[in-house]
Design a protein around this ligand. Structure first.
Ligand code: GLU
Length: 389
């Protein structure tokens, strides 16, 4: 087994599970398989790895509960099937995980929740909180309200967005396909299996056929799309077959799977995005203490902020200005300008009394902050002045 397929080597793993693994057309939910999957998840969590699940299967399960005929469903039919199936799906996860005393939390996302910054921050905060308390987020698209223009449409890409949103370092796509071949293997007997993909080049993209299995929407194409999203943000990806009883265990034991190398680090990708915002919506003027704290990689607390300039909403990009008037950092505001003004210079413990709700301790969280200039602390400046004196 190579280190990159040794799963406890990763810090945070998003596992996407295709409908065909979880749901049998005739018999419904595959309970034994789910129990095996949950045992694998419990083993990973026991080793300190954060696990998030993107589970398909709502529509397939709803179909089976409602006994709908096979063939394509109309939009409202699949939405109704999802509404019925999602309840069973979430309950099944929750029950199976509880065997190992693990709590599940259901998150249903629509496209805007990852594409609009403010909603993105909200969804991320909830998911992070679930992870913090040791729960396993069970995520799916909110199929009951998503219509074609506003949907991800497939859980491969949704899982990749979840991976980038949560700073995961590995995305595992489990389906009935065991990895990437140079051509669709069922069509081309000479197709060769690819164990490692260093970069998703146009040639690699061309290898992905369009075929999807009957129960799910994603084929190899959406898996490669997911790979581009994930690896571009510094997250590795594994495509593996989930058809065995303990699929994660199988990956670690050397079962065939394709590994896609990450192309950057999650921090750089995310921070590049923040630093690359063209026009900060406002400014936070900070004191020397804050400059030192930011230089040491800490979050910006309200106590270190002296004044606020501009009108911005929570999640907008703001520039952090040091006492010398120079921009030292950029970040995503944890509060809108109005609230930020009220808590400026105050201790984080006072936030609740001032705003009337607990709020976040940081004005800009360090995960949302990127230094745009190298900073010297007051002590360093004094030292320099003394040396010159
Ligand atoms: N969200 C869909 C479901 O739960 C599955 C989408 C997919 O298969 O990619 O039924």
């Amino acid at each position: 087994m190579t280190a990159r397929k040794s799963l406890d080597h990763y810090r945070r793993i998003v596992i996407k599970i295709g409908s065909a693994l979880l749901v049998d057309r005739k018999t419904g939910l595959k309970k034994a398989w789910l129990d095996g999957m949950c045992a694998d998840i419990a083993a990973l969590k026991a080793k300190g790895v954060d696990v998030l699940v993107v589970s398909s299967g709502a529509i397939a399960l709803g179909r089976s509960v409602l006994d709908l005929p096979s063939g394509a469903l109309k939009l409202e039919e699949s939405q109704a099937a999802a509404a019925v199936g999602q309840i069973s799906l979430a309950r099944a996860w929750s029950e199976s995980l509880s065997h190992d005393d693990i709590v599940a939390g259901q998150i249903l996302l629509t496209l805007g929740d990852t594409e609009e910054r403010r909603r993105y921050l909200n969804a991320r905060a909830t998911i992070n909180q679930l992870l913090k308390i040791g729960a396993v987020p069970i995520i799916n698209e909110n199929d009951t309200v998503a219509t074609s223009e506003i949907r991800y449409g497939d859980n491969d890409r949704l899982a990749a967005r979840v991976a980038t949103m949560t700073g995961a370092d590995l995305l595992i796509l489990l389906s009935d396909i065991d990895g990437l071949y140079t051509a669709p293997p069922h069509l081309d007997p000479d197709a060769k299996f690819l164990e490692t993909i260093a970069e998703i080049t146009p040639e690699i993209e061309a290898m992905a056929g369009g075929a999807a299995s009957e129960l799910s929407r994603g084929g190899m194409r959406t898996k490669i799309d997911a790979g581009k999203i994930a690896t571009g943000a510094g997250c590795a990806m594994i495509i593996a077959s989930g058809k065995t009883e303990r699929p994660l265990n199988a990956i670690e034991s050397g079962a065939r799977s394709s590994w896609f190398a990450p192309s950057g680090t999650p921090v750089t990708a995310r921070k590049t995005w923040i630093a690359g915002q063209l026009q900060p919506a406002g400014e936070l003027h900070v004191d020397d203490g804050a400059v030192t704290a930011l230089g040491a990689g800490k979050s910006l607390l309200p106590a270190g902020v002296r004044s606020i300039v501009g009108h911005f909403g929570r999640g907008d990009t703001v520039a952090v200005i040091g006492p010398s008037g120079r921009e030292i950092a950029r970040g995503l505001a944890g509060y809108d300008a109005e609230e930020a003004r009220q808590i400026t210079g105050r201790k984080s413990t006072e936030i609740e009394a001032i705003l009337g709700y607990p709020g976040r301790a940081a004005m800009v969280h360090r995960d949302d902050l990127v230094m745009t200039a190298s900073v010297k602390t007051k002590a360093e400046r004094q030292k320099k002045d003394e040396a010159h004196a």
